[in-house]
Design a protein. Sequence first.
Lengths: 294, 279
Amino acid sequence: MNAKTADKIATGVIYAISGIVALILISMLAFILIRGVPHLSWHFLTSPARAFEAGGGIGIQLFNSFYLLILAMLISFPIALGAAIYLNEYAKKGRFTSIVRTAIEILSSLPSVVVGLFGFLIFVVQFGFGFSILSGAIALTIFNLPLLTRSIETSLAQIPNLQREAGSALGLSRWETVIHVILPAAVPSIVTGVVLSAGRVFGEAAALIYTAGQSAPALNFADWNPFNISSPLNPMRPAETLAVHIWKINSEGIMPDLNAVSAGASAVLIIVVLLFNFSARKIGAKLYKKLTSA
Amino acid sequence: MVNNSDLKPVSEFITEDKPERYIHDMSTDKHEIAISTKDLQVYYGDNLALSEGDLAFERYKITSLIGASGSGKSTFLRSLNRMNDSVATVKGNIMYRGLDINKKAIDVYEMRRHIGMVFQRPNPFAKSIYNNITFALTQRGHYTKQELDEIVETSLKQAALWDQVKDELNKSALSLSGGQAQRLVIARALALKPDILLLDEPSSALDPISSAQVEDTLLELKNQYTIIIVTHNMQQAARISDYTAFFHMGKVIEYDLTRKIFTRPKVALTNDYISGNFG
Ligand SMILES: Nc1ncnc2c1ncn2[C@@H]1O[C@H](COP(=O)(O)OP(=O)(O)OP(=O)(O)O)[C@@H](O)[C@H]1O
Ligand SMILES: [Mg+2]
């Protein structure tokens, strides 16, 4: 067999494998969407779930998912940014750095159900936060932190060293260079990473089952005082999210339209996650274009 | 049979005719010295990359540093404004305005505003052309919009870029061509009104036309700045510089007026190098 044929065969095999992967993904998405989309309606998206009768929606779960996502991002982004800046711009090779890196590595490989159990034992029980938005947001932060840190670190590492040299040759301190030169240049790729991780967080269920809880008490969307128990903003209320809801109704749901609700909720979940993924690259590309042309 | 005792020792013989080193003495002809080094030694870890780098650079002149790859030109140049601090140990004195700027107590950030640097690859910031120039200024001092406008215009004119970009100062600097970007970077360094400009192969990544433009820019700047430039391009060194230092294996082998180096070098090694016999 000569080199040319070998190359042809190898190329063919690689194409076939990529094709199969794409096919699996597309048919899975198609299956979920075809099953779920017909059940979607404004009513379904906005009304509360019903436990025993048909006609319930996912309004509260949807709100909870976004609320938790925003809180988790608000907590994890600054920490991840700080850690990434430290690791990429300041850390010298040494014991402390390698301990930090190992910790991040281990954290990122922990199964999310373990993170959830840890959150349950520490925050729900020990600290007495109960099944709450707060416990859930902390669990999501632990789940999100290592991957987000790595993603931001990679974004920073992509900025060539020439930029750092340019900064110090102009008499800027390292901190000034990082904040005003490196970070702005890395923004497009950081944003892409953040939005992608948002998609991952949005779809997370296992870390939330024992932290944010499996119930979605009725909310009064006219009451925005976070100290009132029925306020959507109250961080101490239990908050079943969309992903947890899907798991819940499939394992112990008893409403008559169980299948329809499950299919509709799954479709919504997938659509939101897809939106995050597509917009991540779009926004990143747009920001980059703005940076290089405007 | 020749009587051995009549001959001079071989070493003395060589020194007389062809020295192993020749450093032009700058103290004799009343040169005004902008910056000088004494007993400079640079170590990367245990590896001594530069030794015997004693040079004095005349004010408002262009000095070229030439030599084969790895001979220590960049190492020397980057020591002058202490860009090597984080990677190397630099011993010896670097005298600038009567001050040894290789001392720990020196505020390197302030010092680098007097001794600017331009690198081989153009490295504009991901900011507008205007902000590239004003950014380092506004980080330290307060300027009115009008003052900044003036500085931007002057430094872009000095770098021979003004005519090409004056209508699009708010465009991202990343959209410039390589040659334009390199001149922007020079303008950015000039905006800080440095005394000395260090350039490490500033035109080697550029096409011949852009490269010629950068050369012209440097010749223009000579009236107001002391320029030290590393170059691999022998013609460039001969064209633009007043003095030339030849580096070889971490040592300055010969330092003299450029025309002397290129017409009648005193050291055999220099002759070999400029006539292309090695490196
Ligand atoms: N950051 C560094 N760490 C360790 N060794 C280095 C470093 N930079 C340079 N060196 C070593 O120091 C010596 C001199 O290098 P230098 O970069 O000063 O040479 P140069 O004359 O500028 O070469 P070139 O013409 O290729 O740019 C070389 O042996 C090089 O390997
Ligand atoms: Mg070099």
